[in-house]
Each structure stands twice: as C-alpha cells, then as structure tokens.
Design a protein around this ligand. Structure first.
Ligand code: HEC
Length: 118
C-alpha cells in the first residue's frame, strides 16, 4: 500500500519534469532556428511592418500559434496556413514548441505587460 503511494508520487513528479518548459533550451532552439532573421533583434523588431513582434507575448498564445503552423489548415477551424512559418516549425516536437514559447514569453519586449498588471 505505502509502496504504491510512493510510486504514484514519484511518477507524478517525473511527469511534471517531463512537461515543464525549459527556457534555456528554448533560447538555444530560437538561436539555432534563426528566428531573428525575420522577427528581429530580441524578437521585438520585425524586419517588415507586417511581421509580428513576439517578445513578451503570452506563452500559451505562442505555443498555440506554433502548433497551428505545424497543423496547417487541417480543418476550417484549426490551423494556420503560412508557408514561411509552417516550414520554420516543421522540425520541432511538442516539447520543443513548449520550450520556444516559454523563452519568447520571458523576453521583455513591447508586449511584455505582466509586471504592470501586478
Ligand atoms: C523568413 C521569415 C521568418 C522566420 C525566419 C521566422 N518567422 Fe515567425 N513569422 C513570420 C511571419 C511572416 C509571420 C506571420 C505569419 C502569419 O501571417 O500567420 C510569423 C509568425 C510567427 C508567430 C505567430 C505570432 C502571432 O502573434 O500570432 C510566431 C509565434 C513565430 N512566428 C515564431 C517564430 C519562431 C520561433 C521562429 C524561429 C524558429 C520564426 N518565427 C522564424 C516570419 C518568420
């Protein structure tokens, strides 16, 4: 009985580690991925006015957007059809996208408003 509780606790803890977003890993992926080529320095100075600023955007939104580019337009209600971004994210797995989203959300760009809200 005790042993099974311990095992349950241990596996819960492991599961949490496996899903925790890793900001440092996200930074490496963003640097290797060449995202600044379009989204600009600090991902806050896009090279074209119609390219989005990313720095400081909410993590959940970034993750959602990245997943949508991977999904493309599978149904009329889910997915984003953008050839550039779909190509950019094709190489990543779900955990990579979580890490990338966590890193970008941590950058203090124009969109970073969490401090003011507290
Ligand atoms: C060649 C240019 C280019 C590169 C390189 C690029 N992006 Fe993008 N990105 C775009 C464009 C253009 C859009 C807007 C696409 C659209 O209309 O959906 C975009 C959109 C996004 C969005 C959605 C923003 C929002 O507010 O909805 C995210 C997130 C994103 N890019 C992340 C990345 C990441 C992470 C990388 C590097 C792995 C990257 N981008 C590399 C051009 C680029």
């Amino acid at each position: 009985m005790k042993k099974s509780i311990l095992l349950a606790v241990a596996s819960l803890t492991l599961a949490q580690f496996a899903h925790a977003a890793d900001i440092k890993k996200g930074e490496e992926l963003v640097n290797k991925g060449g995202c600044i080529a379009c989204h600009g320095a600090g991902l806050d100075k896009p090279i074209a006015p119609n390219y989005p600023k990313l720095a400081g955007q909410y993590q959940s939104y970034l993750f959602h957007a990245l997943q949508q580019y991977q999904t493309k337009h599978q149904t009329p209600l889910y997915g984003r059809n953008n050839a550039i971004m779909s190509g950019m994210v094709a190489q990543y797995n779900k955990q990579d996208l979580e890490d990338i989203a966590a890193y970008i959300a941590s950058l203090k760009g124009d969109l970073y408003i969490r401090d003011e809200m507290h």
